[in-house]
Write a protein that binds this ligand. Structure first.
Ligand code: ADE
Ligand code: ZN
Length: 337
C-alpha cells in the first residue's frame, strides 16, 4: 500500500470543521428554495465562482450570508448528515463538529432548532455508518463577551449534547483575553475548551488561549513557528494543533501549499492533526486536504500514521474509545508494512 492510500483509508478523527462551512452551493440553493429565501447569486455555479478569498474576513462575509438559508430542524439535520456521509468516506471514525449558534439566533432561529437538527443528523449517521460525533459550540469573537454569555445561557438545557466550547470568527483585533470569563464558566460546567489562534493572529494569541482560556486544543496554530518559545511550548506540552491546509492556502495565510509551515511544525515535534475547516468553501473535505498535502510534501506511511494517531488521541472521547480506534489504526499499519 502506498502512503497516500494508507492516509486516505486509515481510521482518523476530524477535530476542526465548521458545520456551516460544509454547506455546498447545491444544498444552499435547495434550502433557499425550500425556505423561500433569495441568495444574491443566480445559481450554484455562480455562487461557487464567488469563492475567491483574499483573507479570513472576505470568506466570513460570504459564509455568514449563505448560512441564512438554514431555518428548520430538518435543514440542520440534512447539513450534518451530508457532512458525516462524506467524512465516513474519508475514513473518519470520529468528528468533533463546530457550530456557530449566534449566526442563527441573531436571525431569530431558536438554539433548540439548531441543536436538535444537528443532533438528529449525527444520530442518523451513527446508525448508518458507525461514525461517532461530538458537538462543540463556538462563540463568535467579533461579538461582545456578553453575547457569548447569553448564548451559553440559551445552551444550558442542551449541555449534555455539547462536549466543549470554542472561539471562532474574525481573529485579528479580537484576542482570546476578551473571552476569559465566559470560558472560565464553560470550564466550571465541566466542558472542554478549544480556540482558533495563530491563523491570522499573532503567536501571542496562542499563548493567551492556553494561559487565559486554558484551551485543550489550538485551532490552526500555524503561526506558532514565528515565535520559537511558543513553538517549543506547544510541542513540549503536546498541545494538539488542528491544522487546515487547504483553508490556509485559500485564505492566503500561505501563498501555496509548498510554503505551508506543516514541515516546520512536524520537525519541532508538534502534535499536528489535519482537518478541513470549511470544506464547501476551501476546495474539499479531509481526503482532498490529504491529497493536496501529499502532492506538496510526499510524506511516508510513518508520518501519516502519526498524524492519524495524533487525531484519535486528541479527541474528547473516553480513553477506552480512543484505545479501540488506535488499535484499528495499528492493525492497518501492520497490514500495510
Ligand atoms: N469560522 C469558520 N471558519 C473559520 C476560520 N477558518 N477561522 C475563524 N472562524 C471561522
Ligand atoms: Zn476554523
Amino acid at each position: 500500500m502506498d502512503a497516500l492510500s494508507f492516509a486516505l483509508a486509515c481510521p482518523k478523527a476530524e477535530l476542526h470543521m465548521h458545520i456551516e462551512g460544509s454547506l455546498e452551493p447545491e444544498l444552499a440553493f435547495e434550502l433557499a428554495q425550500r425556505n423561500g429565501i433569495a441568495l444574491p447569486y443566480a445559481n450554484a455555479a455562480e455562487l461557487r465562482a464567488a469563492y475567491d478569498f483574499e483573507d479570513l474576513q472576505s470568506f466570513l462575509d460570504l459564509y455568514y450570508a449563505c448560512a441564512q438559508v438554514l431555518i428548520t430542524e430538518r435543514d440542520f439535520h440534512d447539513l450534518m448528515f451530508a457532512y458525516l456521509q462524506r467524512a465516513h468516506a474519508d475514513g473518519i471514525v470520529r468528528a468533533e463538529v463546530f457550530f456557530d449558534p449566534q449566526t442563527h439566533t441573531e436571525r431569530g432561529i431558536d438554539i433548540k432548532t439548531v441543536i436538535d437538527g444537528l443532533w438528529s443528523g449525527a444520530q442518523e449517521a451513527e446508525r448508518r455508518f458507525g461514525i461517532s460525533t461530538a458537538l462543540i459550540l463556538c462563540f463568535l469573537r467579533h461579538l461582545p463577551e456578553q453575547a457569548a454569555f447569553d448564548t451559553l445561557q440559551q445552551a444550558e438545557p442542551y449541555l449534555d449534547r455539547i462536549v466543549g466550547f470554542g472561539l471562532d470568527s474574525s481573529e485579528k483585533g479580537h484576542p482570546p483575553s476578551k473571552f476569559e470569563r465566559v470560558f472560565a464558566r464553560c470550564r466550571e460546567l465541566g466542558k472542554y475548551v478549544v480556540a482558533h489562534a495563530g491563523e491570522e493572529g499573532p503567536p501571542a494569541y496562542i499563548t493567551e488561549a492556553l494561559d487565559l482560556l486554558k484551551a485543550d486544543r489550538i485551532d490552526h496554530g500555524v503561526r506558532s513557528v514565528e515565535d520559537a518559545a511558543v513553538l517549543e511550548r506547544v510541542a513540549r506540552e503536546r498541545i494538539p494543533l488542528t491544522v487546515c491546509p487547504l483553508s490556509n492556502v485559500r485564505l492566503c495565510v500561505f501563498d501555496k501549499m509548498e510554503l505551508h509551515t506543516l514541515p516546520q511544525l512536524l520537525a519541532a515535534g508538534a502534535n499536528v492533526t489535519l482537518n478541513c475547516d470549511d470544506p464547501a468553501y476551501f476546495g474539499g473535505y479531509l481526503g482532498d486536504n490529504i491529497r493536496a498535502v501529499q502532492a506538496a510534501f510526499d510524506w511516508d506511511i510513518a508520518t501519516w500514521y502519526s498524524l492519524a494517531r495524533n487525531s484519535l488521541e486528541s479527541t474528547f472521547a473516553s480513553p477506552a474509545q480512543k484505545a479501540s480506534w488506535v488499535a484499528r489504526l495499528d492493525a492497518m499499519l501492520h497490514a500495510a508494512s
